[in-house]
Design a protein around this ligand. Structure first.
Ligand SMILES: Cc1cc2nc3c(=O)[nH]c(=O)nc-3n(C[C@H](O)[C@H](O)[C@H](O)COP(=O)(O)OP(=O)(O)OC[C@H]3O[C@@H](n4cnc5c(N)ncnc54)[C@H](O)[C@@H]3O)c2cc1C
Length: 552
């Protein structure tokens, strides 16, 4: 339930496997106000698996517009620090080449992001219509838009949802085998399940900790007034009026986030005056819309499943937007849950498989919300000197010192290949865990890891991206030729279990070294379920990966 990014991507994961599902969304139209604007590498890889990363990459800022992050005293004032991020044109060229070191990787560093899909910047309000169209294209998906769920209940056999059409009309009842609450932070489903959030609620900081106001506006003069090389994010860091400006179309539309002083209400704020204070100059300003929101949450649901009901996305975790991981963690949740639900509904796995969802995803929600909180502290608690804009040596010293701190901060917030590509389920009940310590999970450094439970590492094999060669569901990757007996033994068990298994034989020494074994079982979400020797017994391995071992 819920047709934001989580609900729509879940529908896509189910639809591509021909699983009948109904998506209930109370809003008939997709959102028209900007929210999330950073799509992670991992989310782009998921979109690539479903065949539409190019379509998403085509959205957003102009092709060669830099996606830099820049810090200034005021936006028309001194530039303090700049983190260079490739334009989407550079990122697309690099993806096409399939070579992690090709193209301009900006301050990311060319080796740091071994992925065919660099992060991308485009507003959620542009992405959601693509997700809606993609979901609707599957014949097993029914999008019920303008339909509000008002009550849910479950028993041992199924769930029932009471639905009210927006704008009136007869309430109706929907019966289903399973329900996933992708219904956002106020989740009616979570409350009906009796599950609370735990963590830090609304922490106070000088910035990104308290009542925020987002102001969406148009200006034709602003780029000229700022007088800087274009950027995706512009931060004003001073003692008087902080603000974060995000370029929406790279031409004339912008989103400005400001924090309100304690006791002030969003309605008290004059958007023109506050925007001019952030910029430090007059400019033409046409208000499109405004939206209040609260920053400072680090919350994770105590449970992500109960009986036949599940939670995903913001319904299961709530972030402060630093690090840009709220929507991305939501997409990762439903990609994990989607193939499992499909396998259970199709009879290819027992319901016990679904227990692995919370075991795998809740630790990732804790990991990612903790990162966002550290980044909010790092930027939000910076206290610039009162004379940061002053002329003369004292002002220059203060700016140089603040610039150094901001340069260190920005790299820790945006150069995060470890956070995005290092997603790992090393304590999963459906993974053949290998003994011994795992390499450190460092958000700022990604070391390609082929331990079972980790995301399958990226490789280019004979000019092709390895991920693109994996099958839709499970893939047995073989680096050393398989004989007919071995192939037949895997096939027989997969057929008996009713699961789809593809074989991928690769003759490539570099990829074999990267994966560290002759045989690797890749899951539908491109995590590694097992790796080992040729001739291993297929039955216990496929039983483990499909939750049969948990059910036993
Ligand atoms: C200002 C701001 C900036 C952000 N920036 C970033 C960023 O840069 N990167 C990032 O990753 N994340 C960011 N986020 C977070 C991101 O927007 C959310 O994490 C993301 O939208 C979560 O997706 P979701 O599908 O779980 O929930 P939502 O997008 O909230 O979708 C839930 C859907 O459920 C529907 N719904 C709710 N209740 C019902 C009901 N009873 N019946 C029917 N439908 C219902 C709602 O209408 C809604 O469409 C930002 C958030 C904000 C507020």
């Amino acid at each position: 339930m819920g047709g934001g990014p989580a609900g729509l991507m879940l529908a896509i994961e189910l639809g591509c496997r021909d699983i009948p599902c109904v998506l209930l969304e109370e809003d008939a139209d997709p959102p028209a106000f900007p929210k999330a604007n950073a799509t992670s590498s991992r989310t782009m890889e998921h979109y690539r698996r479903r065949g539409f990363s190019d379509e998403i990459r085509a959205l957003g800022l102009p092709l060669d517009y830099p996606q830099d992050v820049v810090y200034c005293t005021q936006l028309a004032g001194h530039e303090l620090a700049r983190f260079r991020i490739p334009s989407r044109g550079d990122a697309a060229r690099r993806s096409q080449a399939g070579d992690p070191a090709a193209g301009n990787a900006g301050d990311y560093g060319s080796e740091a992001w071994p992925t065919p899909e660099l992060p991308h910047r485009a507003q959620q309000m542009l992405i959601e219509p693509v997700l809606r169209t993609r979901a609707a294209a599957y014949s097993s998906v029914r999008l019920c838009l303008g339909q509000r769920a008002v009550a849910v209940e479950q028993d041992a056999d199924g769930v029932a949802v009471t639905v009210e059409p927006e704008g009136g009309g007869e309430p109706w009842r929907l019966d289903a085998r399973y329900l996933v609450g992708c219904d956002g932070p106020r989740s009616m489903v979570r409350k009906s399940m009796g599950i609370g959030y735990s963590g830090q609620g609304s922490e106070q900081r000088d910035f990104f900790g308290g009542q925020m106001l987002s102001i969406y506006f148009r200006s034709r003069q602003l780029y000229g007034v700022m007088g800087k090389e274009p950027a995706w994010q512009y931060w004003a860091v001073n003692a008087h009026q902080r603000g974060l400006l995000i370029a929406v179309d790279g031409v004339e539309t912008f989103l400005l986030a400001v924090q309100l002083a304690p006791g002030r209400q969003p309605a008290d704020i004059d958007p023109v005056a506050v925007a001019r204070a952030v910029v430090g100059s007059e400019f033409d300003f046409e208000l499109i819309d405004r939206m209040p929101w609260v920053a400072g949450y680090t919350l994770v649901a105590d449970k992500m499943a109960s009986g036949r009901m599940f939670l995903a996305g913001d319904a299961a975790h709530l972030f402060t937007p630093t690090g840009g991981m709220g929507y991305n963690t939501s997409i990762d949740d439903v990609v994990n849950l989607g193939w499992k639900l499909a396998a259970v509904v199709q009879g290819a796995a027992p319901p016990a498989l679904l227990e692995s969802y919370e075991r795998e995803r809740r630790p990732m929600a804790l990991r990612n919300t903790a990162f966002a909180r550290r980044m909010a502290d790092s930027i939000g608690n910076i206290r610039p000197d009162a004379d940061i804009d002053a002329a003369g040596a004292a002002g220059e010293r203060a700016r140089a010192e603040l610039g150094r701190r901001l340069a260190a901060h920005v790299a820790s917030e945006f150069n995060i290949p470890g956070l995005q590509l290092g997603v790992r389920y090393l304590d999963s009940p459906i993974v053949a865990i290998e003994p011994g310590p795992a390499p450190q999970d460092d958000p700022n450094r990604y070391v390609p890891l082929a331990l079972p439970g980790s995301r399958a590492p990226h490789a280019v094999v004979r000019g092709k991206v390895l991920f693109d060669l994996f099958g839709r569901d499970f893939t047995l990757l073989a680096f050393q030729g398989m004989n007919d007996v071995e192939r037949a033994s895997w096939r027989a068990v997969a057929d008996e279990y009713g699961m789809r298994l593809d074989f991928l034989e690769i003759d490539d020494q570099a990829a074999r070294v990267l994966y560290g074994a002759d045989r690797v079982l890749i899951r539908p979400d491109h995590h590694i379920a097992w790796r080992g020797k040729a001739g291993a017994d297929a039955r216990p391995l496929l039983a483990l990966a499909t939750g049969r071992a948990m059910a036993a």
